[in-house]
Every structure is written in structure tokens, then in C-alpha cells.
Design a protein around this ligand. Structure first.
Ligand SMILES: Cc1cc2nc3c(=O)[nH]c(=O)nc-3n(C[C@H](O)[C@H](O)[C@H](O)COP(=O)(O)OP(=O)(O)OC[C@H]3O[C@@H](n4cnc5c(N)ncnc54)[C@H](O)[C@@H]3O)c2cc1C
Length: 536
């Protein structure tokens, strides 16, 4: 067992912003100039005179919780309750910035291991107190905004007290991780043994291992290492009905695979307290490079060809024309003509990345290069790839700086089969631009591909106006309706939470919803776990 020393812990994120406060800053002047050419700029800082609602949990219940888990595990501090309120979607941030803390938990409880989580769930079921597991707090679909109606109070179950690497099986290439470890913390502990997980979502620096599992997260290296759910070999879950251990072997025919029941369960069925993951040796070489495509369709067809011939690099992503132009826009590049086949002349940028031993990287890179050249791509060399790699976790900081000057930025994602990709792309883009009106920028990329289809990830930037939240919510609803009308997934990797719940029945059917409710009733008969999340 390896403890994570306190000095290696990721910092706490502030309530109204993303990330490490030391990394945050105002919009750089050069970017401000560019943004000002597209949007009217204002000054819309977060409110500072914010009051956290008084805890609603009765004093006797707090006392019984303290005697159950110990004084230090039960925290009623206003600032800690404030940063455990909701997640980090743009609506979450806008509500926090406006001082709306109506979803604040009454108390934050920080268990030190599985048994304390199990004890807490028993207590919550007995006293009808709602419990919302809190991993990294990076949820973007309302998974941390529980419905407190009918409950004696709300406990935020902070998994930050469970941050150990419990064991490693080097022969089987597996490791058992506690759920509260953040992405970099888990990687640092594994790296001490020459191993890695390889899961790098954009929220990598702050999201947790348990959160990755229960939201079916997908990272930037999904082409090579797979989605997080494909890395999970075993789970231990505390439920109000008792302890569940799953994953006695890599695969089995012992009935339906119950691991799947908890992957994507968003804390509604149980609290994941241990995750056994597949690990790999640390790569000796990492190479990222750029490719130019004349159009988004041409690049997407090339991705499909790679996926269908089992020839995927570790990282494979393609920006549409708008995202390519915005990502490359620099004051000195504006008006530049660019040479034929370069991204400055239009078209789309693809990033391909290769990780592994020098021999494996060289062989895969040669095979992919030959295939992409044959399909009509133009190699741009390492510079675009390195630049993507350096800035890969920076965009969420930019969102805060843009919100500060009145520009509304939000993302959404979906997935479909290759044959419906173009229809879905057009439908969601049209829903967003028609609802938000002229001057709105809609950007898209593909960064998760399969032999049969892909995800589409949209970024929207528009003038925030006087009421940015009221401006965004109808646009998000229109995009969700377009997704449903196309028969696509309401989420590829952001999960259902509360925001996507109204659209879930259209995807899984009424019998599917009834099956989810039956599982919930078996595992959580009093319904105390994340009420209102996931299940319609
Ligand atoms: C800027 C930004 C970029 C993002 N980029 C990506 C991306 O590239 N790929 C991607 O997949 N996602 C991305 N996300 C979404 C988010 O990071 C993922 O959903 C992530 O997996 C959530 O993990 P977390 O630890 O922060 O979970 P939290 O936000 O703490 O919780 C999410 C949900 O899971 C429940 N939960 C948390 N831990 C447990 C547990 N141990 N047991 C049971 N339930 C639990 C919570 O109650 C909640 O319902 C992004 C989010 C942001 C804000």
C-alpha cells in the first residue's frame, strides 16, 4: 500500500473557477484583442458577498454522525461546503458566480476507507439523509446537484480522504486504487513502479479515479488506451444494501457482467471505494504530429478508415474548420495567406500521437503515415502536435477568463455511428446557432473513434448578455433535442447527471428506465444515494 504524501496532492479548486488558482489569470492582451473583434467585451466578475445557506441538518443528527465517524471526518465549514456545491459546467460556474448556493450540502463527510463509507450509508438510510459522493467535483451534467426534497439533509461524501494505491499485481498488470486519487496523483504513484494508467481527459488534473469510473469517462488517448471503463478490471462498492465486490477474473461467463452496472452509475447505485485497473509500462517515447485535411468530412473519413483497419495511433483527434481556425488564430496570423496544404489556408487540423517503445512507435507511425497519405492527408510535422500537447489542459482556464469579460463558453458532446456522423454534426450545429443567433461560434472536434462510429464534441462561444444562464439553457435544450431526433447518444462521456435525465428514456426506452429503477430499489431501497441524478 502506498500513501500519497500531502505535498503531492492536487490543490483545491476554487468555488467559482476551474483549476489551480496559481495557474489562473486574466485574458492575455493578445487574446483579448482577438476576442474583442468577435464579441462585445464587458466586465462580469463573480460576486464576492456570498452567503452559504445555514446547514439544515438537525444538531442531533450531526452529533450522531460525529460519534459514528469521528469529529475530524465531519465538516460543517461554510467555505468547504461552498466548494462542494455542484460541479464545473458553465451553468454551475454561472450559478456560483451569481452567488446561488441553493444546492450547498449541509455537511461534508470525509471517510478514511471503505468501512467508514459503508457505516455512513447505513446511517443515512436509517435517518433518511441524502448522500452525494464527491470525487474531484468536475461533473458537467449536474451530477452533484441532488434533489433534497423529502430528506432530512444532504451530506457531501468527500472521497478526498481515500487517496492510496492499495496494491499492484505486476504479473497481471493490475493495480488497486482508492477512488479519491486525482488523475496526476494516481499516475505519480504508479510511475514509482514504472507503470501508468494512460487516462487523460481534459479534466485529468482534478477529476478522480472513482469519478472516471462512474461517469464512463473517456480521455485524450482513448484511441490507444481505451475509455476508462475499458481499463476497469474490478470494483468494490459500498451500497446501502451492503458491500459488493466484482472482478474475480478478467472475463467470465458468470451471467451478466455486474461491473457494467456500476460503471456509469453516477453514485446512484453505490459508492465506489476501490477500483482495480489495467496498468501498462510507462512509454519510452511520445511523438505528437499534425496532419492537414481539406475538409472535416475528409479527415473524419480517414479516421474511420484507420479505426476500421485496426490502425489507430495512441491519440487521434480532428478539429472541424471552425475549431481549426480558432485554435490557430493569432494576431500575427490574421490575414495570412498560408501555403497550400497548410492549416492557415483553411481546412482541418488532425493530431496523431504515438506512445510506447521506440520500435513500436516507429512501426505504428510508419503504417499510419502511409495510410493517411494514401487517403489524401498532408503531414505537417511535429510542431502542431507538440503545441497541442503543451496546451492540452489549458482550455478550462480560458473559459473562466472569457466569462470574466462577458463571453459565454460551454461544451457538449454526443456519439453516433459513422453513417449518421454528418447528419448529427449539421443538426447540432444548426440547433445551437439558430437558438443563440448571429455572432455565435460553434466549433467541433472528433477525439474518440471506434470501428463503428465516433463522438462529436462541440464548443460554443457567444455573447453572454445580461443573463447568460437564461441564454444558454434553451440552446442546450435545442442541442439535446437535435441529438435525440438523430437517434444519437445523449452523452458519450459526460454522463447523464440531472441535465440529461429528461432525454434518457428516449435513448434506453421505458423498459430500460424500469430496469434502472429496479436496480436502484434493490441497492438503495430508501433512495438516499444521489436522489434525482441519472434515473428518470
Ligand atoms: C473542463 C472540463 C473538462 C472535462 N473533460 C473531460 C474529458 O475530456 N473526458 C471526460 O470523460 N470527461 C470530462 N469532463 C467531465 C468530468 O471531468 C468527468 O465526468 C469526470 O469523470 C468526473 O470525475 P470527478 O472525480 O470530478 O467526479 P465528480 O464531479 O466528483 O462526480 C461526478 C458524479 O459521480 C459521482 N461520484 C463521484 N465519485 C464517486 C464514487 N467514488 N462512487 C460513486 N459515485 C461517485 C458524483 O456523485 C457525481 O454524480 C470534463 C469536465 C470539465 C469541467
Amino acid at each position: 500500500m502506498t500513501e500519497l504524501s500531502t505535498d503531492r496532492r492536487q490543490p483545491e479548486m476554487p468555488a467559482t473557477r476551474w483549476g489551480d488558482p496559481a495557474e489562473a489569470g486574466p485574458l492575455p492582451d493578445s487574446v483579448r484583442g482577438l476576442v474583442g473583434m468577435v464579441f462585445p467585451l464587458g466586465d462580469t466578475p463573480a460576486r464576492e458577498d456570498v452567503t452559504v445557506p445555514a446547514p439544515a441538518l438537525a444538531a442531533e443528527l450531526l452529533d450522531s454522525l460525529r460519534s459514528l465517524l469521528g469529529e475530524e471526518q465531519v465538516i460543517v465549514d461554510d467555505e468547504i461546503r461552498r466548494v462542494r456545491t455542484r460541479g464545473k459546467s458553465t451553468p454551475d460556474l454561472l450559478r456560483q458566480r451569481a452567488g446561488d448556493l441553493s444546492d450547498a450540502p449541509d455537511v461534508v463527510v470525509r471517510p478514511r476507507g471503505h468501512d467508514e463509507v459503508q457505516a455512513l450509508l447505513g446511517w443515512a438510510a436509517e435517518h433518511r439523509v441524502a448522500v452525494t459522493p464527491f470525487g474531484g467535483g468536475t461533473a458537467v451534467t449536474g451530477g452533484l446537484a441532488v434533489d433534497r426534497a423529502g430528506f432530512a439533509g444532504v451530506v457531501s461524501l468527500d472521497l478526498g480522504g481515500m487517496r492510496r494505491l492499495l496494491s499492484v499485481d505486476p504479473v497481471s498488470s493490475t493495480a488497486v486504487l482508492e477512488p479519491g486519487l486525482r488523475g496526476p496523483e494516481a499516475e505519480a504513484l504508479l510511475a514509482e513502479q514504472g507503470l501508468m494508467l494512460g487516462h487523460y481527459p481534459q479534466s485529468f488534473e482534478f477529476a478522480s479515479i472513482g469519478g472516471f469510473a462512474v461517469t464512463r469517462s473517456s480521455g485524450q488517448s482513448s484511441a490507444g488506451y481505451g475509455r476508462f471503463d475499458s481499463m476497469v478490471v474490478g470494483l468494490r462498492v459500498a451500497t446501502p444494501s451492503g458491500d459488493v465486490r466484482l472482478g474475480s477474473s478478467p472475463a467470465n461467463a458468470s451471467g451478466p457482467d455486474l461491473r457494467e452496472l456500476f460503471l456509469g452509475s453516477e453514485g446512484a447505485f453505490g459508492v465506489i471505494t476501490e477500483v482495480t485497473v489495467r496498468v501498462r509500462p510507462l512509454p519510452e517515447v511520445k511523438v505528437y504530429e499534425g496532419w492537414h485535411w481539406p475538409s472535416f468530412a475528409a479527415g473524419a473519413d480517414a479516421m474511420r478508415a484507420l479505426a476500421q483497419s485496426d490502425l489507430l495511433p495512441t491519440v487521434l483527434r480532428l478539429s472541424d474548420e471552425n475549431e481549426t481556425a480558432i485554435n490557430l488564430a493569432r494576431p500575427d496570423a490574421i490575414g495570412g495567406e498560408g501555403s497550400a496544404g497548410s492549416v492557415a489556408s483553411g481546412g482541418c487540423l488532425m493530431i496523431a500521437g504515438y506512445e510506447g517503445t521506440p520500435e513500436a512507435v516507429a512501426a505504428k507511425q510508419a503504417a499510419v503515415t502511409a495510410a493517411l497519405e494514401k487517403l489524401g492527408g498532408t503531414a505537417l510535422g511535429p510542431e502542431p502536435g507538440e503545441s497541442w500537447s503543451e496546451g492540452r489542459f489549458a482550455a478550462p482556464y480560458l473559459r473562466d477568463s472569457l466569462l470574466d469579460v462577458g463571453v459565454l463558453v460551454e461544451t457538449l458532446e454526443t456519439a453516433t455511428f459513422w453513417s449518421k456522423r454528418d447528419e448529427l454534426y449539421r443538426a447540432v450545429s444548426a440547433a445551437l446557432t439558430e437558438t443563440l443567433g448571429e455572432g455565435t461560434l460553434v466549433l467541433c472536434h472528433i477525439s474518440h473513434v471506434y470501428a463503428t462510429g465516433c463522438s462529436l464534441y462541440f464548443t460554443v462561444a457567444t455573447e453572454g448578455g445580461e443573463q447568460p444562464l437564461e441564454r444558454w439553457l434553451p440552446a442546450k435544450a435545442a442541442a439535446c433535442e437535435a441529438i435525440v431526433a438523430c437517434g444519437a447518444a445523449i452523452s458519450h462521456h459526460h454522463a447523464v447527471g440531472t441535465d440529461h435525465k429528461p432525454y434518457l428514456a428516449a435513448e434506453i426506452g421505458e423498459v430500460g428506465v424500469a430496469a434502472l429503477r429496479a436496480v436502484k430499489a434493490a441497492l438503495d431501497p430508501q433512495g438516499v444515494l444521489n436522489p434525482g441524478v441519472l434515473i428518470p
